[in-house]
Write a protein that binds this ligand. Structure first.
Ligand SMILES: Cc1cc2nc3c(=O)[nH]c(=O)nc-3n(C[C@H](O)[C@H](O)[C@H](O)COP(=O)(O)O)c2cc1C
Length: 429
């Protein structure tokens, strides 16, 4: 989007950076023809074998082309969009990267958390409970100190992709993004915060969040398709310095009713994270993991396994609902046998409808990790939610006797192809 009324030509907003597999392939250095489950497998391999590459500090970068400091700071200079009709403000940060440092160590964290413009030098930022940037902020606040914060509002899509994924505590997302890219990200040292700022970013702010100050944030159209968290007081950032390139581009990832821009990259990447973490937790023979976009990210996760022992399916379902990558704001986990493609909803529903029986196939977990955005939990009770594990595998104890499936054997299918041609018999199950 260019030439927004009242803004200089060249000040732009770019959304939809990662909303198909071709763009994901391009951003992550995979083939642009990569398909859904291939991406999940390849991403998982990458994450498992990745050698992190820390960023390198440089003295100058394009982000320093323009600088506003102190009284000069004016965030209204940038065309921050009001993405949805009923939003309570203009959101400059939706595909942004928030940088904080753990006060107790050298750990620098990058996370994507939405950012609203309150006034010319004040931003509001919403971070859900349990997220790493929030834990950093809470540590400063508990000590009665301001929390130094930097936010980049337009950057390499790879950095944004990694910032939006759950990484273990203590891991710096710059290092992971560098590892995926195969070379270090260049950073400049923030003069106000001392934080490492992406040297090639479009716009970066530096400032501090003060323990006792908050302003009403929201409502904002969220990734669930609702204004789930409505509006409430949230911490603010007093902006001290702004760095920006000539003709800066704000990157955007506006949520709306799913499937939305976030789902296109988060779901396959987080599916890979769940898969990897299940295996690390000792679950054998996981054959695939898939988050179904229309349910909204974490809400409907399907895991396929090759059943090896009694209780394997239940173990897999419980674990998928709680490992990092699947634990936050989940709702349903379905476990299917390895003949079911977890990314094919027709296959999955067939398995649920024909292999499970509610009396023996479901497990309900209480008081799990949710948060203010959960639309199905009433105000005043938000924070916890429940999980339903649906074991849609053939029961292990009668695997061998389970009714045979209706279908055509590969041999007969081939003979029919030979005799009548593929066109004539398409549709034979
Ligand atoms: C486009 C996008 C927007 C997001 N917005 C928020 C948000 O406003 N608040 C939040 O807590 N998490 C948000 N998330 C999720 C976090 O970025 C994600 O959970 C990430 O792992 C957080 O980083 P952390 O684990 O280092 O805290 C968003 C993710 C994406 C991809």
């Amino acid at each position: 989007m260019d030439g927004r009324k009242g803004y200089p030509t060249g000040y732009r907003v770019l959304a939809g950076l990662l909303n198909n597999f071709s763009r994901l392939g391009l951003t992550t250095g995979m083939s642009r023809d990569v398909s859904g489950m291939q991406f999940v497998q390849e991403w998982r391999n990458r994450m498992r074998t990745l050698m992190p590459i820390p960023p390198i500090l440089v003295n100058k970068g394009p982000v320093m082309e323009n600088v506003m400091e102190g009284d000069q700071v004016d965030l209204f200079k940038f065309p921050a969009p009001r993405y949805h009709e009923q939003d309570g403000g203009r959101y400059i940060g939706t595909a942004s990267v928030t940088i904080t440092k753990d006060p107790d160590s050298d750990w620098v964290n990058l996370g994507t958390y939405r950012v609203m413009v309150h006034d010319k030098n004040t931003l509001g930022f919403y971070i859900s409970p349990g997220k790493q940037g929030r834990i950093h902020r809470e540590k400063y606040f508990a000590a009665g100190q301001p929390c130094p914060v930097a936010i980049s509002f337009g950057q390499d899509p790879l950095l944004f992709l990694i910032a939006g994924l759950a990484m273990p505590a203590g891991v710096c997302e710059y290092d992971i993004a560098g590892g995926v890219k195969g070379e270090p990200f260049e950073v400049v040292r923030g003069e106000v915060t001392g934080l490492p700022l992406p040297a090639h970013a479009e716009i970066v702010i530096e400032g501090e969040s003060l323990p006792a100050e908050s302003l009403v944030e929201g409502p904002f159209g969220e990734f669930t398709g609702y204004y789930g968290s409505a509006e409430r007081p949230e911490p603010i950032i007093k902006v001290k310095r702004v760095l920006y390139r000539n003709n800066p581009i704000i990157t955007g990832c506006p949520p709306y009713r799913p499937p939305n821009d976030t789902d296109f990259f988060q779901d396959p990447c987080m599916s890979a994270t769940i898969w990897e973490n299940m295996e690390k937790a000792g679950i054998p023979d996981v054959r695939g993991v898939w988050m179904h976009k229309p349910a909204g990210c974490w809400a409907f996760v399907v895991v396929s396994i090759k059943q090896r022992y009694p209780g394997h399916a239940r173990q897999a379902g419980l674990m998928a609902s709680q490992v990092s990558g699947g634990a936050y704001m989940g709702r349903y986990v379905v476990v299917v046998d390895d003949d079911i493609d977890p990314s094919n909803i027709d296959d999955v529903l067939w398995a649920i409808g024909t292999r499970s029986d509610p009396e023996r196939s479901v497990e309900l977990l209480h008081r799990c990790w949710s948060g203010p955005l959960d639309a199905a939990i009433p105000r005043g009770q938000k924070g916890f939610n429940s999980r339903l594990i649906i074991d849609a595998c053939k029961p292990y104890e009668w695997l061998a006797e389970f009714p045979r499936e209706v279908g055509t054997s590969p041999e007969l299918r081939e003979r029919l192809f030979q005799r009548f041609g593929k066109e004539t018999i398409l549709g034979i199950p």
